[in-house]
Design a protein around this ligand. Structure first.
Ligand code: NCD
Ligand code: ZN
Length: 343
């Protein structure tokens, strides 16, 4: 009997332009999953305490490489606080420690208590970053408790993002983990120095997932998933072929007891099957030919970094996602995905 070989897709080795690798035992448990899928990753600095000095970032980078092996390159980011020092940013960037800096509005998300209370406070830092070509990565949600949680991204565009892009026309800005039609449109309409990352969860789920059959903390992340119309807009942006949109998982593991709790943490752990998750979307959208640009080219081009050498291959063979990985519940837990990473 003749059996047809499963369809394969080989692409240049991809990168993850937004990931939380944590520290300590969690770092050792999760970082190898990211390193198996990606050559490089932009590592978020929201540790406790946050990574605000070049020394702390360099030490964190060493701990990551110890967990992954030297075949993986962590790209470090500086956590911007109200008192972010322009000289420190420039020094860390010149020394090759910082690749970018992250703006968390204070109290917007996990470990953001030391974030920025008013974006005007960091204008000197942003001027330095603009001068030296260091990208600004933005968690784009307002923290005003009066604003409905599902509107916080769209309101952030009006209240903050528009002004930032106007006042820093030469600054590279990444609108991280976009979740709304408004954000996709804003990025598409902005100049070439404004890009966006897109997560697998925001391509797959809408806000119903958080409440399907009872409250489901494993579908809860920030920015929170929105209505179906927004999911469709994000999908359209991801597969559009525009170089402004690129892969950023926002993989954000929390131990199961921190998720399944009265005040459960925000974050979805998607690193183990990230490529399998994304490629399903590109297949469903009839855009497999655009997957490589999204996963492996648009990010390095935006950041001004070289493309990776080598390739990865995905095969159309089903894979069952486990219910648990260590003490973390992964994205797609218990589901069967159509593609597997085979090499
Ligand atoms: C992130 C985390 O847990 O660190 N959580 C999340 O829901 N994405 C923080 C963040 O990126 O907002
Ligand atoms: Zn994040």
């Amino acid at each position: 009997m003749e059996t047809e070989a499963p369809m394969r897709l080989t692409i240049r080795r991809p990168d993850d332009w937004h990931v939380h690798l944590r520290d300590g035992a969690m770092l050792n448990a999760v970082a190898p999953y990211t390193a198996r899928q990606f050559a490089r990753a932009i590592v978020m600095p929201n540790l406790v305490p946050p990574v605000t000095t070049a020394e702390a970032a360099a030490a964190y980078r060493e701990r990551i490489i110890a967990a992954t092996g030297a075949d993986f390159e962590p790209l470090m980011t500086c956590y911007l606080a109200d008192d972010a020092a322009p000289d420190e940013l420039a020094r860390g960037h010149a020394e090759g420690v910082w690749v970018a800096a992250k703006l968390y509005p204070a109290h917007a998300t996990t470990n953001s208590a030391h974030g920025v209370t008013d974006v005007r406070n960091i204008y000197p830092a942003l001027e330095a970053m603009q001068r030296i070509g260091m990208p600004l990565l933005v968690h784009g949600e307002v923290t005003d408790p009066e604003v409905d949680i599902f509107d916080r991204e769209a309101v952030f565009i009006e209240r903050t993002m528009t002004g930032l892009v106007r006042d820093f026309a030469e600054l590279k800005i990444v609108f991280e983990h976009i979740t709304t039609a408004e954000a996709a449109q804003f990025v598409a309409d902005a100049g070439p120095l404004v890009g966006a990352t897109i997560t697998p969860q925001h391509l797959h789920i809408n806000r119903n997932a958080i409440f399907a059959g009872g409250i489901n903390p494993h579908a809860y992340c920030l920015p929170v998933a929105k209505r179906e119309q927004h999911r469709l807009a994000i999908r359209a942006a991801a597969v559009s072929g525009s170089p402004k949109f690129f892969l950023g998982t926002d993989s954000a593991p929390h131990a199961i007891d921190r998720k399944e709790a009265a005040c459960g943490c925000a974050g979805i752990f998607n690193a183990p099957y990230a490529l399998e998750s994304y490629v399903a979307v590109f297949e469903e959208e009839g855009a497999l030919d655009r997957f490589e640009a999204f996963a492996s080219e648009n990010g390095p081009r935006f950041y001004g970094l070289p493309f990776n050498e080598g390739t990865v291959t995905l095969e159309q063979t089903a894979v069952q996602v486990p219910e648990r990985i260590g003490d973390v519940v992964p994205f797609h837990a218990g589901e069967t995905l159509r593609w597997s990473l085979v090499g």
